[in-house]
Design a protein around this ligand. Structure first.
Ligand SMILES: Nc1ncnc2c1ncn2[C@@H]1O[C@H](COP(=O)(O)OP(=O)(O)OP(=O)(O)O)[C@@H](O)[C@H]1O
Length: 458
């Protein structure tokens, strides 16, 4: 019906209390289910923001099912309707606290209008949350989070690179998502129906990595009881991802070069070259050009591998993506944690935006996970993320003047970020005039990297 908001009503215990008043609750269309199985189905086919649950906690068989159900469906704001005497049970109180938005005790009587108000609030809050997560920036095409210009450019490069069959070298610091990019290239390429085989060249000793990559014939060495296909053959018609290619030793580099030049491999113990149709995607977090200069990496192999290059920016250079990723992973892990958690406190968001993230996205995932476990409140703090201390303890010793200058620069940069580089508003928030702020920005050399010219006077 137009104008009505939908809510699910799970009415599991009609005999323990009368909730007929709900029939007249104005402004709501209640979809009533009388068992958890049907409720489960209804939740699969409809997207509700709020739900009312009327259940009998005294039934010991039902309790574990109720706990699992409400923990699993914490995307909905639940409001419980219960017998007042059941509230004495400590476990019920805990469940209500962790998984419910609110509760009402029976009889409802005139409390029904309060219930309608609470439903409205819950609907508003959870609707907002859904809007936020819909806009959480997960790119469906690549299954990667990112809306910063840097990442949009990377997505563009993936589209182009996926159309060709040439080798690609993905460079970037550890934990920036190189493997994810390699998978995205494979998924979009004409090879997507065939295997994507990943090999970490740094994880195995030379002898093992050779047989791992090229395979061996029965009897090729002591212990080779069976013929074994190598990873390159296993990737036939698909893509081979060579992670940490910089760790490949010189002997194997020669074999790899031959494979890239001729498209053939030789299993250990068999000198007949075999043609294998595989696209090679390599990744490294070291500077391969430097490794070439130092004689640790073959120049000819470097050129073969890097026909195409995607250079992934570190997380600290991805602007708004830091917060977006944090919120994305929060949502992703939310169902494993207490239903009380609602998101990040302001100091956590500030810390996320200002921290240098040396471990990039991998570190961010770990910190968010940790924060979600450690938090005792509805909001995760910087301390829960262990960012407050880390930032401080990582700092070298400084004079007071140096510390002041750094703090000043940070405050300016942070405020400018907050206000989208609007100097007038940032100056107001900092309590200085616009001219003073410009002078301070000049003093701190906030041009170049901080893009002074784009700050413009708004
Ligand atoms: N943009 C992104 N959106 C969502 N998840 C991401 C993104 N980038 C990285 N990740 C996740 O971060 C983790 C690290 O990514 P990945 O393993 O691809 O990094 P890497 O650069 O290959 O690391 P290393 O150099 O250490 O091998 C993975 O769990 C990955 O799924």
């Amino acid at each position: 019906m137009p104008g009505l908001r939908d809510a699910i009503l799970i009415d599991l215990s009609p005999e323990t209390g009368n909730i007929n008043e709900l029939e007249d609750i104005s402004g709501w269309l209640l979809h009533r289910e009388t068992n958890l199985e049907n409720a489960e189905k209804a939740l699969l086919t409809n997207s509700f923001y709020v739900g009312i649950a009327h259940f009998d906690w005294s039934d010991p068989l039902l309790r574990p099912q109720l706990i699992t159900f409400f923990q699993q469906h914490n995307q909905i704001a639940w409001i419980a309707i219960i017998q007042p005497e059941q509230l004495r049970d400590i476990e019920l109180r805990r469940i209500l606290f962790e998984n419910f938005y609110d509760y009402f005790s029976l009889p409802l009587n005139e409390n029904i209008s309060n219930l309608a108000t609470v439903l409205g609030h819950a609907y508003g809050i959870f609707h907002l949350q859904h809007l936020e997560s819909d806009a959480a920036g997960m790119d469906d095409e690549f299954q990667m989070v990112g809306t910063s210009p840097q990442m949009l450019d990377i997505f563009d490069q993936i589209r182009k690179v996926a159309k060709t069959d040439a080798p690609v070298l993905i460079t970037g610091e550890s934990g920036t998502g190189k493997e994810l990019i390699a998978r995205a290239i494979h998924q979009r390429s004409k090879r997507s129906a065939y295997p994507f085989v990943a090999v970490n060249c740094g994880a195995l000793p030379e002898t093992l990595i050779h047989s791992e990559l090229f395979g061996y014939e029965k009897g090729a060495f002591t212990g080779a009881a069976q013929r074994r296909l190598g990873r390159i053959e296993a990737a036939s018609l698909g893509s081979l991802f060579l992670d940490e290619i910089g760790d490949l030793d010189l002997n194997l580099q020669a074999h790899m070069l031959r494979f890239l030049q001729e498209g053939t491999i030789e299993r250990l113990g068999n000198n007949t070259p075999m043609y294998v149709d595989v696209r090679v995607i390599a990744a490294t977090n070291i500077d391969l050009e430097k490794a070439v200069e130092q004689g640790r990496f073959r120049e000819d192999l470097f050129y073969r591998l890097s026909v195409l290059n995607i250079d992934l920016p570190p997380l600290r250079d991805r602007g708004e993506d830091k917060e977006l990723l944090a919120r994305f992973f929060f949502k992703k892990f939310a169902s494993d944690h207490n239903g009380q958690l609602r998101g990040f406190a302001d100091d956590a968001i500030d810390a996320i935006n200002n921290y240098a993230w040396p471990g990039n996205v991998r570190e961010l995932i770990n910190r968010v996970r940790r924060g979600m476990i450690m938090s005792d409140n509805r909001l995760i703090t910087a301390q829960d993320l262990k960012l407050s201390e880390d930032i401080v303890t990582n700092e070298p010793l400084r004079t007071l003047n140096e510390a002041r200058a750094i703090a000043e620069k940070q405050a300016i940069s942070h405020t400018l970020n907050r206000f989208d580089n609007n100097v007038s508003r940032a100056a107001k928030a900092l309590g200085v005039s616009r001219v003073t702020l410009y002078r301070m920005m000049e003093k701190h050399h906030m041009d170049g990297r901080d893009n002074f010219s784009s700050y413009g006077a708004h």
